[in-house]
Design a protein around this ligand. Sequence first.
Ligand SMILES: *Cc1c(COP(=O)(O)O)cnc(C)c1O
Length: 415
Amino acid sequence: MSDSDRLIGLPPDLGTATLAVRAGQTRGPEGEHNDPIFATSSFVFASAEQAADRFAEREQGNVYSRFTNPTVRAFEQRLAAMEGAAYGIATASGMGAILSLCMATLKSGDHVVAADSLFGSTLTLFSNLLARYGIETTFVPATETTAWQDAMCDRTRLLFVESPTNPMSSVADIQALADIAHAGDALLAVDNCFLTPVLQRPLALGADVVVHSATKYLDGQGRCVGGALVTDRKELRDAVFGFLRTGGPSLSPFNAWIFLNGLETLALRMQAHSASGHAVATWLEQRPEVRRVHYCGLKSHPQHALAQRQQQGFGGLVSFEIDGGQAQSFAFINACRWLSITANFGDAKTTITHPATTTHGRLSPEQRARAGIGDGLLRVSVGLEDLADIIEELSRGLAAASAVAIDVPQRVATA
Ligand SMILES: *Cc1c(COP(=O)(O)O)cnc(C)c1O
């Protein structure tokens, strides 16, 4: 019996929340209701002939869990169904998904155009690691579509973007970037970490491949590290699978099982993260101590109309600038009694971070300035606690930050 024989069939045209609960599930002879964990490194064959056929790929089926595993496959199929994709491939981490994509699609001499506001390790992957293997990357602002067009050359094979960006919540025009990619015979990859398929489906906007860090919202409770990639393109799927099978950044079945269960509540959680994120952003914008709020759900956001068009919600990440610099930001963070001080996001727990000294601390001051990341910028990943309690914590932070005298006027006053 092959795995697909045991796949529980579903009617077409189900909604994302239904797919999140039910897609990709198989059922064994025990009649288990929840997905089992196939904690096995290898698989046995009925005969020597079958072993030979499986290894030669004349017959579909499991061989070894670096290649395929039923629990991992269930997660891949569920996520792919939610993104509206034909194929999903799970990886050991989000970076493993991005690396696998690059290894499968790029070779020495190729050129990449990428947003300059990517996740730190993704920036390092393109600017340092791939550069060592003769793959050159041009970085452009995510929102400046003409800069993407201008950066294209006949060697460009891949465009890579996150939207909205972190921490500034800038929104890239995914459809326009897909058109640019396809006119140049290149692929558009979108990192959909911040919104998940519940709030944004990049393939429907023309992207060729979506990458995920499952570590964030897909898990949703900060339990384990993993990643995935989904696409409709069979040749791309086969190339990535070929790399994964040989290169080895495969997902463990235990982590796949956690993510499978995480997906079941994803639609509900994203609605809650979004609703509270929107409320926190709106509240912050009205506070006199706050200079500026970066949240694409606000009418004041420069790409609000685009976000409304291409997203089904605005997510749970809110950044804002307070008066002052590092001393005021640190006072804000230290005044919070129970918000988690961590750079991670996408958790049920609300987290707070100071990007200039953590996630973006390795950038030069000029790079930070260009990215708009000042010493007075704070980022909150709004969790699932009571909204009133979260706002109470942020009020304490604002009061503590305001109580710290701002350096420059003080020196002027004593001069
Ligand atoms: C965390 C993150 C990654 C990397 O994922 P890991 O699971 O930590 O490897 C990639 N992209 C974005 C946007 C992320 O936030």
